[in-house]
Design a protein around this ligand. Structure first.
Ligand code: SF4
Ligand code: SF4
Length: 340
């Protein structure tokens, strides 16, 4: 046990650090290759894609005005995640003591404390939002909450360790340090497989494809096959611009974090992230539009007492009937003049 713990706080820490740097470099490489591979769209040139991506890193975009509290907490949280592990004096001291003897000016301890508490507050806020907000709850997976817990644990154990809050309990007095090191290692290893991905809600997405029309990099697209519409997506081409989220009339598109080794390895292909059933023409059987979109339309029209005789007909059948009311559909897309 003692040897394992010693391994965790020495060799494993170096392995994780190398793994983290190599993983991040590989992901940057995959991203650049994919951005250049994808066709430059009429909406966004290659250069604009990089500019948009950079724009998401600095807090000067529309989301700040739309959700100021949430966005401020999100940016503060991410700033804390980067600043505390690198500039906390205890960590700088460990680097100075290590074989590398690296030193940089640390953050004053009271600032590191405030940032740590902010990260912990943000974790509670995000979990609460997942559980309390109706919209978030519909689309929350257990992994969303686990991800926040894994992120918060090294900050919690680090804070308790620095302030000696649990020193009076022998178990924690001995093992809290190891909890801190191992939880930090798990979090750092997770970063390599952590993606910010577009999600189309199973519960509320009606399949209208407005998000696809407005995706500047065309990473989001769809194809219709038989009676289904399949939405495809590649995270290495996504610049997290949020256009799909802003344009969705049903509030069904969201950018969410996800951990997955499978996603890390999916470098050059898109994956199906959502499928919706298509409604078919009552006359000739061709697909016309997503079923849930048609049902919504039907609800709206029936509430306003509008005639719906041809709602479930395709454009061609509507035109045929409008041109000649004597025509009758005889199956297989064939029409004949009705006998009088
Ligand atoms: S815009 Fe919204 S409702 Fe339409 S397909 Fe995209 S996620 Fe679904
Ligand atoms: S965030 Fe949405 S709109 Fe923007 S690139 Fe990604 S999938 Fe496309």
């Amino acid at each position: 046990m003692g040897e394992l713990l010693y391994f965790a706080e020495t060799t494993l820490l170096y392995i994780i650090a190398i793994f983290l740097v190599a993983g991040i470099l590989l992901r940057v490489l995959f991203f650049i290759v994919n951005i250049f591979r994808s066709r430059p769209s009429t909406r966004h040139s290659i250069l604009q894609r990089f500019v948009t991506l950079f724009g998401m890193v600095v807090p000067f975009h529309r989301a700040v005005l739309k959700k100021p509290v949430y966005t401020t907490i999100r940016y503060g949280f991410h700033a804390g995640l980067i600043v505390v592990p690198i500039w906390f004096s205890g960590h700088v001291y460990l680097w100075e003591e290590s074989r590398f003897e690296w030193y940089w000016t640390p953050l004053p301890d009271e600032w590191a404390d405030r940032l740590t508490l902010f990260v912990l507050f943000a974790c509670v806020f995000f979990i609460g939002r997942h559980l309390v907000s109706k919209k978030s709850r519909l689309d929350t997976r257990i992994s969303d909450v686990v991800l926040i817990l894994i992120t918060g644990l090294p900050f919690l154990t680090g804070y308790l360790l620095t302030h000696g809050n649990l020193d009076g309990i022998p178990f924690f007095n001995t093992y809290l340090w190891y909890f801190h090191v191992i939880s930090a290692e798990i979090m750092l290893a997770m970063v390599v497989f952590l993606f910010c991905r577009t999600r189309l809600s199973e519960a509320t997405c009606v399949g209208c494809a407005a998000c696809v029309e407005n995706c500047p990099t065309e990473t989001l697209d769809f194809y219709d096959q038989e009676a289904f519409r399949f939405f495809r997506y590649s995270h290495y081409q996504c610049i997290c611009c949020g256009s799909c989220v802003n344009v969705c009339p049903e509030n069904a598109a969201a950018l969410r974090h996800a951990i997955s080794m499978k996603h890390f390895l999916r470098m050059f292909s898109k994956e199906v992230i959502r499928d919706v059933e298509l409604a078919t023409c009552e006359q000739c059987g061709v697909t016309i539009a997503p079923q849930s979109q048609m049902s919504k339309l039907e609800d709206i029209l029936s509430a306003s007492d509008v005639e719906m005789t041809m709602l479930n007909y395709c454009d061609r059948c509507k035109k045929m009937i409008a041109r000649n009311s004597d025509l009758l559909h005889t199956g297989g897309g064939r029409w004949e003049t009705a006998k009088r």
